[in-house]
Design a protein around this ligand. Structure first.
Ligand code: DTR
Ligand code: CA
Ligand code: ZN
Ligand code: ZN
Length: 436
């Protein structure tokens, strides 16, 4: 079937030709002077698990738990504080009393950043008395700790001021975080631009739940998981049941992640996440079996990396930047049922790696898109499948894909590769673009 497509005007053809000959500079609307979000590093799972091993040892050496008012809790505070002090944080231990015992909040400020824009991330460090509390909430504590240490390793100079916190006596009713917020002067409270909470992020039968209290913060996490190809659901098991509630109650924007507690995973959720239907997300919730054996490594790794993504994204850009667009508008004919063709975009002048959520905008004109296989090819040749062939008989592929390209250096020749693998239909690449 021969297809005639309205060809571009002569003027556009000149632009198209230019597109072939030279990289298109970032679109005019991209403001290079605006501090751009910097891509986060990978958070090593082994480091996070090493913290969990330490917390397990602390519990084992202190009556089997790390609960408020017990020696295991203060030993946990001292372990984290030593790590943070050695990494250059300004740490503060805030004392409070509840249920007849002294409790402790550990606060760690990273020097620098705008003191009037404070981004906070936190986790409760206490366990229940019945066990070591490794998933609840050693997992969140260790993920936040390792992200803070990654900030130090990177000597990050964020736009916002970063403050990390580990709360005492959450299990007694969010006591530590409530005490912190209640004793934060109103002028200081007003400077907190957001609080991110991480309570249970390594459940053994995990779900991927994102707090939906604030749309912008929720989007940061949803975009990250979309880049991994991991479906998420909004967190509904516990509005108000963790430390983010202390901040939300005074009007501070909150977000966070959760992998589930005592509720059971449905068959539909197993379809998207794997695991076991009809079984609790964490069968050892608040039990003595909440040990280092009660962790799903994939969930812990993904969520720890998501914490870092959120910190880097929210703290290093003044707003969500429009992104720098690199586009090629040259038409490239796609041979019917033939060899793959490519269209190149040259990226230069950037620092570090591409983002975990690299946006790939594609505009391909074709009358039987099921014939088409589409890949993004990174400068080093790594291919990322965007679209497989199918029996979809509709026209055109006009779509935006999100690719986790965080392992790829940003600069270089990126290619869109398209192959028509079925007979009797042809088309062309009309344009495509990368948005960083
Ligand atoms: N309150 C937490 C566990 C928990 C239950 N539901 C949610 C929802 C969101 C975060 C945490 C939780 C605890 O037992 O520590
Ligand atoms: Ca990781
Ligand atoms: Zn708990
Ligand atoms: Zn918890």
């Amino acid at each position: 079937m021969t297809l005639s497509f309205p060809r571009r005007t002569a003027a556009a053809a000149v632009i198209a030709l230019a597109g072939l000959l030279a990289p298109v500079a970032p679109a005019a609307n991209a403001s290079i002077s605006t501090p751009q979000a910097v891509a986060a590093p990978d958070i090593p799972l082994a480091n996070v698990k090493a913290h969990l091993t330490q917390l397990q040892s602390i519990a084992t050496a202190n009556g089997g738990n790390r609960a408020h008012g017990r020696p295991g809790y203060l030993a946990s505070v001292n372990y984290l504080k030593a790590k943070l002090d050695a990494a250059g944080f300004i740490t503060t231990v805030q004392q409070f009393t509840t249920s007849g015992a002294v409790g402790y909040n550990l606060i760690a400020d990273w020097p620098g950043g705008d003191p009037n824009q404070v981004l906070m991330a936190g986790a409760h460090l206490d366990s229940v008395t019945s066990g070591a509390g490794i998933n609840d909430n050693g997992s969140g504590s260790a993920g936040v700790l390792e992200t803070a240490l990654a900030v130090s390793r990177a000597q990050l100079q964020p736009t916002k001021h970063l403050r990390f916190a580990w709360w005492g006596a959450e299990e007694l009713g969010l006591v530590g975080s409530r005490y912190y917020v209640a004793n934060l002067p109103a002028a200081e409270r007003a400077k907190v631009s957001g609080y991110l909470n991480f309570d249970m992020i390594g459940s053994p039968n995990p779900g991927y739940f994102v707090y939906d209290d604030n749309v912008a913060l929720e989007k940061v996490f949803k975009d990250y998981f979309a880049g991994l190809g991991v479906a998420t659901e909004i967190e509904t098991e516990g509005d108000g049941r963790s430390d983010h509630a202390s901040f939300k109650n005074v009007g501070i924007a909150v977000g966070g992640l959760f992998t589930g507690a005592g509720r059971t995973k449905t068959a539909a959720q197993v379809q998207k996440w794997g695991g076991t239907a009809g079984q609790a997300f964490d069968r050892c919730y608040h039990s003595s079996c909440d040990t280092t054996a009660n962790i799903n490594d994939t969930a812990l790794d993904r969520n720890s990396d998501a914490i870092a993504h959120a910190i880097w994204t929210l703290a290093t850009g003044t707003t969500t930047p429009p992104g720098d667009v690199y586009e090629n508008v040259a038409d490239v004919a796609i041979p019917d049922n033939g060899a793959a063709v490519t269209s190149t975009v040259n990226v230069s002048g950037r620092t570090g790696n591409a983002p975990a959520a690299l946006s790939v905008g594609v505009d391909i004109k074709h009358t039987w898109r099921g014939d088409l296989v589409v890949d993004l090819v990174a400068p080093d040749g790594s291919a990322y499948r965007l679209k497989n062939s199918s029996n979809d008989q509709a026209d055109n592929v006009i779509a935006t894909y999100t690719v986790n390209a965080s392992s790829e250096p940003a600069n270089g020749a990126w290619k869109l590769r398209v192959q028509d693998v079925g007979p009797q239909d042809t088309g062309f690449i009309d344009s495509w673009k990368l948005t960083f």
